[in-house]
Ligand binder design. Structure first.
Ligand code: GLV
Length: 330
């Protein structure tokens, strides 16, 4: 009888793929049972001797974790598109492919960028809290008046699949769309009616700045104090990518100084956002808990992809969706 593959899965996943994996005798699964991630010590302990690892953005997968796993580790499969929590270079150096889940979350995440844009512009959260607090006494000409999204200028920083999906939605809002990407993407911009501009120009002209780039060493604090100085006084910053792309201290300063008009954040520098963050005391800031891809359908598809990547990696086959294609050396 062939031995089963030992796999550590750092959380219970949705979707049929995971349910099938759990029933499959070819896999000996260790599933972290609660919603809180394993601590560092628990992670190091549970990866010992595994052939495969399925992880989430809340798990730091670095060289020490790979060493604790051991040489038989064949695949790291992350249920997310962003893999900044995984030391991909360390995996590659050990011949371990890293899988992710691009594509399926593009539209869902673009929807969230728009939800934050509209909520911030039209003060939806603030207004809903006002009603719940019993403060709705009458109608006045300027009560909860915000800014128009329709007909305004949208600036997109990072023009990958999600940035393009955000841009596509802007057509229905009669917006002018400006975009910046480190590597110019003229065809993609033209396809969605966006204009490519320099980084500074996008920031200076946009009424809404949507951050939609991967977090790397180069993009850490890409949106810094200088960027806020360039932005229009009423501009609204939306971030559905990764918190550290924005210098949060500089954001707080820009909001306090009235350099920008507001912010809609799905991601923050530290997650969960500490309750003493000044951002939480600001009426013109909407923060949601990193739920960009959180429709049940999309999260199930992401989990299915993560399982498919795991299965392929264990079988020594190319991953259907690989960040690093260190395949075949295991
Ligand atoms: C979520 O943030 C992801 O990268 O998929």
């Amino acid at each position: 009888m062939t031995e089963s593959y030992r796999v550590f899965v750092t959380r219970v996943l949705p979707g049929d793929g995971f349910a099938e994996l759990r029933q499959d005798p070819a896999f000996d699964l260790d599933v972290w049972p609660v919603d809180f991630p394993p601590t560092r010590e628990e992670l190091l302990k549970h990866v010992g001797g595994v052939d495969g690892l399925v992880c989430l953005i809340t798990d730091t997968i670095d060289a020490a974790v790979l060493d604790a796993a051991g040489e038989q580790l064949k695949v790291v499969s992350q249920m997310a598109v962003g893999v900044d929590n995984v030391d991909v270079a360390a995996c590659t150096a050990r011949g371990i492919p890293v899988g992710n889940t691009p594509g399926v979350l593009t539209e869902t995440t673009a929807d969230m960028a728009w939800a934050l844009m509209l909520a911030s512009a039209r003060r939806v959260v603030e207004a809903a809290e006002y009603v719940k607090a019993g403060q709705w006494q009458t109608w006045t000409p300027t009560q909860m008046a915000g800014v128009d999204v329709f007909g305004s200028t949208l600036g997109i920083i990072g023009f990958g699949a999600i940035g393009q999906a955000i841009a596509r939605r802007a057509q229905g809002f009669g917006m002018r769309v400006l975009c910046w990407n480190r590597t110019p993407r003229p065809d993609e911009a033209a396809a969605v009616g966006a204009e490519q501009r320099g980084f500074d120009e996008v920031l200076a002209e946009a009424d809404f700045v949507c951050v939609s780039t991967a977090l790397t060493a180069d993009t850490t604090h890409l949106i810094d104090a200088r960027a806020f100085e360039l932005m229009k006084p009423g501009a609204i910053l939306v971030n559905t990518a990764r918190g550290p792309i924005v210098d949060e201290a500089a954001l707080v300063h820009a909001l306090r100084a009235g350099q920008i008009g507001g912010a809609g954040l799905d991601v923050t520098a530290v997650e969960p956002l500490p309750m003493d963050s000044p951002l939480l005391a600001m009426d013109n800031v909407v923060v949601v808990p990193h739920i960009g891809s959180a429709s049940l359908a999309t999260r199930s598809k992401m989990a299915d992809m993560a399982v498919a990547n795991l299965r392929a990696g264990l079988a020594g086959e190319p991953l259907p969706h690989a960040v690093s294609t260190a395949v075949g050396s295991k």
